[in-house]
Ligand binder design. Sequence first.
Ligand code: ADP
Ligand code: MG
Length: 355
Amino acid sequence: MTAARTEDGSPGRHDVDRGTRRGEFDLITSLFAPLARRHPAALNLADDAAVLPPPEGGQHTVVSMDTLVSGVHFLPDDPADLVARKAMRVNLSDMAAMGARPLGVFLSVALSPAEGDTWMDRFTEGLERDLGDFDMGLLGGDTVATPGPATFSITILGTVPPGTHLSRGGGRPGDRLWVSGTIGDGALGLKALQGELPFLQEDMRAALADRYRLPRPRVALGLGLRGLATAALDISDGLVADLDHMCRASGCAARVETASVPLSTPVRRCIDMDAAWLDAVLGGGDDYELLFAVPPARDTAVHALGVRLGIPLTPVGELIPAAPGEATSETRVCLVGPTGAPLTPRASGYRHGWD
Ligand code: ADP
Ligand code: MG
């Protein structure tokens, strides 16, 4: 995009301020075009759009988009390379949740006056690193300036053989519920960065903050769950809220034994200090682990998959028949505490301002 003003002279979209840092054209040619060499479809960003051939073997294209806003989805003083990698990884996590193999990304950057050349250099380093680590191309994008907070939006493309994508809606009563990795690190990582966990050792705070800033999308796990899981999604809003999404889509309810939810050492330490942190663990977001349902007859296959990939996979409960009558998220997701008594979390996932 180019014009700061529309043709009739009225204020249009803001162009990148050419006086204080590289302009739009420079950003594209010096920073982004070198990354586009990874995929011929990008045409080196020298044209107006990418031209993609049909995927090999009649595969289907899976497309998703996720946006990060400064001050909302990352902290304004987060390292720029980690902001870029988080933007990539929340999108990669959607590919993982669908069982898709990532192919490439389109990147929209809206820069505020706070992001100068040095910041963008570091941002690009982060992009380059994750494009390499996840074997993807930068296929195109858009570059603008904004008077508001910096905003990064990525559209990701992936592929699946027809009919094999994972969905939220295939779960059935009796299916066992599994999660990858550990739960609650993302939510408590944000608390650590906000100075709310002063009682924790420095290295534990750093480990949690790292999980918040740099999610680990479970792409290989998503691929391995094709043909195994009846339902899957990635935990971005929080275990309870995302399980509720699966229940709604699958027409089921769920029971989760909270004592079996896998916790990292720093998260366990927080709960040992004050059991109220369990609410943040079950209700908070940003874990980007996978939650999936599998009939118990396939337990051995799930175990074998976890071992093959070196990813801890933990059963946390099961899908159960929906309760009769009007369902709410409280009746759909039953949390059972260590004594067998039902628990009600105080927070049921991050809600955007307009909910
Ligand atoms: P137009 O002005 O026609 O919208 P642009 O000048 O914005 O086109 O973009 C020129 C090329 O650079 C296009 O191929 C576009 O996809 C690419 N591009 C622009 N911004 C980015 C970005 N942030 N990341 C990757 N590619 C970009
Ligand atoms: Mg153009």
